[in-house]
Design a protein around this ligand. Structure first.
Ligand SMILES: NC(=O)c1ccc[n+]([C@@H]2O[C@H](COP(=O)([O-])OP(=O)(O)OC[C@H]3O[C@@H](n4cnc5c(N)ncnc54)[C@H](OP(=O)(O)O)[C@@H]3O)[C@@H](O)[C@H]2O)c1
Length: 276
């Protein structure tokens, strides 16, 4: 576990709004003011967009990454360029020591913790006769064990008004052939979300799952999903008629993180342009 002291924009940011800015924009930009967030797997894709969106709403953000330091640094720099605060922290969420180190880095850097977005995830497809232990453990270790370890490390630092957002998937509803293990990990994410909403609710901590449909990310490009027949089929079955983009998910995460969602807990929000 190592983490960069590359904290950027550590001084309190000063926002200079043009006088034409609307009241609504003003509120949107400050609805997470003073909050501290960890976003796991924020070096690219959906996690990067969520980190950027939380920072734009005023949160100080820990941008976790596993291997893509360059990607994480780019996210931190983009946040700092807009007057926000962020730090890149390396850590494999499936390691208990790294999960604890990630949370310790957040507390050390920003002093407290209010928002945890469990976004780190891996996905690969295999038909029943292709499933083996490696395929199973790779996905369960990151998508399920990793979520539990980071949440376990974070929970003692979270208090009244805190928000945990677990990134699930519409695959639990759509159940695509070849996704038995991946869909099982996301089914586990839904179940854990419900359980933890009950365990942590008495302390005023909300726990919700945000379940995207197919989204164009570095991961879906690298996996050959974007441009495939499967992707075309998904778009054809999507009432809103297009592929999801990371920002489509990030704005919902910012809402769930905020006090505007104060009465939501234990929910699974499906964000897939209407796909069922
Ligand atoms: N894209 C979709 O269509 C879609 C749809 C539904 C749900 N989701 C879910 O959304 C989340 C993000 O998906 P994405 O498409 O944005 O993925 P992505 O582009 O492949 O990015 C994955 C992120 O997870 C990080 N990560 C992987 N293994 C990790 C580990 N062991 N510890 C810490 N971080 C780790 C990666 O870090 P490094 O790059 O630094 O290694 C990267 O930042 C996942 O949970 C995925 O299941 C995605």
């Amino acid at each position: 576990m190592s983490w960069e002291a590359a904290r950027i924009g550590a001084a309190a940011p000063v926002f200079h709004f043009p006088f034409s800015i609307s009241h609504e924009q003003d509120i949107t930009m400050s609805k997470l003011q003073g909050k501290v967030a960890i976003v796991t797997g924020a070096s690219k894709g959906i996690g990067a967009a969520i980190a950027t969106s939380l920072a734009a709403a005023g949160a100080s953000v820990v941008v976790n990454y596993a291997s893509s330091r360059e990607g994480a640094d780019a996210v931190v720099n983009a946040i700092a360029a807009k007057g926000g605060q962020a730090v890149a922290v390396q850590g494999d969420v499936s390691s208990k020591a790294d999960a604890e180190g990630l949370v310790a880095a957040a507390i050390e850097t920003f002093g407290h913790l209010d928002i945890l977005v469990n976004n780190s995830g891996v996905y690969e497809f295999a038909a029943l006769d292709e499933i083996d232990e490696v395929h199973f453990h790779r996905q369960f270790n990151v998508n399920v064990l990793g979520l539990l370890l980071v949440t376990q490390a974070a929970a003692p630092h979270l208090g009244e008004g805190a928000s945990i957002i677990n990134i699930g998937s519409v695959v639990t509803r759509v159940v695509p052939p070849g996704s038995a293990v991946y869909s099982a990990t996301k089914g586990a994410v839904d179940a854990i979300t419900g359980v933890l909403s009950r365990e942590l609710g008495p302390r005023g901590i909300r726990v919700n799952a945000l379940n995207p449909g197919m989204v164009e990310t570095e991961g879906t490009h690298a996996g050959g999903i974007i441009g495939s027949d499967m992707a075309a089929e998904v778009v054809a079955q999507t009432p809103l008629g297009r592929m999801g983009q990371p920002d489509d998910i990030a704005s919902i995460a910012a809402f769930l993180a905020s006090d505007e969602a104060r009465w939501l807990s234990g929910e699974h929000l499906y964000a897939g342009g209407g796909i069922r």
